[in-house]
Ligand binder design. Structure first.
Ligand SMILES: [Zn+2]
Length: 483
């Protein structure tokens, strides 16, 4: 109505101007009063939320966090200090957990309401201060609830208790997400996790630690002090329009850097290509022939394994360029098995190592769920060891074979030389013996003389005796044998 008065323009009388001034002052004072009350209320609300978050995550983790208003997104959690990639920012138990489907039934509404009523007053207050998407309160369940309460309660109940139940359920529907905790699969709302806002290039990753029954948040890249800590509400290997449609469920249009920043157009192209590759990989991995027959992916992976690998590695590279560590990890998971199919075990092991390293960033050092990376590494190490042993065995066999061949050859050479030596020795002995008998020695004396003399000496003496007719000379040459 202030606007209407302003449009009265120059024709307004002096008294009416004065009256307006008085009214304006009164309205302004009233507004200031209202604002002061609102500010005080807001400040009290903030301190309750902060206190409850600190209780939920513990003082050490709370020191890393700052609760602030995020532009267009209500409250958000910000880094109070620099946070290194891979840090577990906080772990938290569910505030409200339902272990069956969160369908819009009267039973679910009552179950949520029952859990909310069991919270301590400040927890309940912090829960009720979580964002509530309008769509949920307009949902069919609201009508069911109103009908139910209209039948059994007074009008006051419909307006108060009934509406509160519907509101609590709307808060649950807006903030709950599926969790896999020690009690099995459930849907839960958290005090800190549910305060995290969405980004299509998030710096945080939420995961369930089933052993501890806690929901974890890890920094997927270095976060600088003052930066908002974000997670994703939707699949990120999707096109911009697919993500936008999905995010409309929460009643907002994303304004992150990938959607509206300077690099948005490049990001849109990358995500389109990522989506196509992801669909082709999913089709390639689909074991169900019926589903394969009815699926219509835009592309299918090239048939040779090397071609498939090139696509998988392209997806991992694009995820890296988009800063999507979790999706990069999922793409890398494909690599070890593809390299094994190619028989390249060392490459498979290198990729399995990369998977494990990214896994630690997203899930932490101490908690390794069924990532497959650890199993791959053990399997590959075993296969490589087996392959190395087989290679060593084959090499050993080869060496043994070579040695056998060499030994055999040497043996035959030796045998031949020995036979030749024997022949020479025999001939020399015969000549010397004949000469000795000519010189008057008896056969026994000649044999005694020749015993134990080596072939070389026998040959030399036999050579000297050749054609020698002089008995004295023959005797003198033969005497050399005993010298
Ligand atoms: Zn976005």
């Amino acid at each position: 109505m202030e606007g209407d008065k302003a449009h009265q323009g120059p024709s307004a009388t002096r008294s009416s101007v004065k009256k307006i001034d008085d009214n304006s002052v009164a309205t302004m004072s009233e507004d200031v009063g209202k604002m002061t009350i609102q500010q005080a209320q807001q400040s009290q609300d903030q301190s309750i939320i902060r206190e409850q978050i600190a209780q939920a995550v513990g003082s050490e983790s709370a020191a890393l966090l700052e609760l602030r208003h995020s532009i267009d997104k209500g409250y958000g959690l910000f880094a109070a200090t620099d946070i290194k990639r891979g840090t577990c920012i906080f772990k938290e138990a569910p505030l409200v957990l339902i272990t069956h489907g969160a369908s819009e039934s009267a039973e679910t509404v009552f179950y949520v309401s029952q859990q909310v009523s069991k919270l301590c007053p400040n927890q309940r207050r912090a829960y009720r201060m979580l964002h509530k998407a309008i769509e949920s309160t307009k949902s069919p369940v609201s009508r069911i609830m109103y009908d139910k309460f209209a039948g059994i309660s007074s009008r006051v109940d419909i307006n108060n208790a009934g509406q509160r139940k519907i509101d609590d359920f709307a808060t649950f529907k807006t903030n709950a997400f599926q969790v896999r905790l020690n009690k099995g699969i459930g849907t839960a709302v958290f005090l800190a996790h549910s305060r995290l806002n969405h980004s299509c290039s998030p710096n945080g990753h939420q995961s369930c630690n089933e052993r501890e029954g806690l929901q974890m948040l890890h920094a997927t890249r270095d976060i600088i002090a003052g930066e908002e800590i974000t997670v994703t509400y939707t699949s990120l290997v999707r096109t911009w329009s697919q993500r936008a449609a999905e995010l409309r469920r929460w009643g907002f249009a994303c304004t992150c850097n990938s959607c509206q920043g300077a690099g948005a157009s490049a990001s849109k192209l990358r995500r389109e290509r990522m989506f196509d590759i992801d669909q082709a990989i999913a089709f390639d991995n689909c074991p169900d022939p019926m589903m394969r027959a009815t699926s219509r992916p835009k592309y299918t992976l090239p048939t040779p394994i090397a071609g498939k690998l090139a696509w998988v590695e392209e997806l991992a590279k694009l995820c890296g360029e988009e800063g999507l560590v979790v999706d990069q990890l999922n793409a890398y998971r494909e690599c070890p098995k593809r390299y094994v199919e190619l028989g390249k075990l060392d490459e498979a092991l290198a990729f399995a190592g990369q998977v494990l390293q990214l896994h630690r960033v997203c899930y932490g050092n101490n908690y390794i769920p069924n990532s497959g990376a650890g199993l791959w590494i053990s399997k590959l190490k075993y296969l490589i060891e087996k392959q190395q042993k087989a290679t060593a065995l084959a090499q050993g066999q080869l060496l043994y074979q070579e040695r056998l061949t060499t030994d055999e050859a040497a043996h035959w050479v030796g045998k031949k030389a020995w036979a030749a030596d024997k022949k020479v020795k025999k001939r020399a002995k015969r000549a010397i013996k004949a000469a000795a008998e000519k010189a008057g020695l008896t056969t026994e004396e000649a044999e005694t003389l020749l015993a134990g003399i080596d072939t070389e000496k026998l040959t030399v003496v036999a050579e000297k005796l050749k054609g020698e007719g002089d008995i004295e000379k023959v005797k003198s040459i033969i005497a050399e044998l005993s010298s």
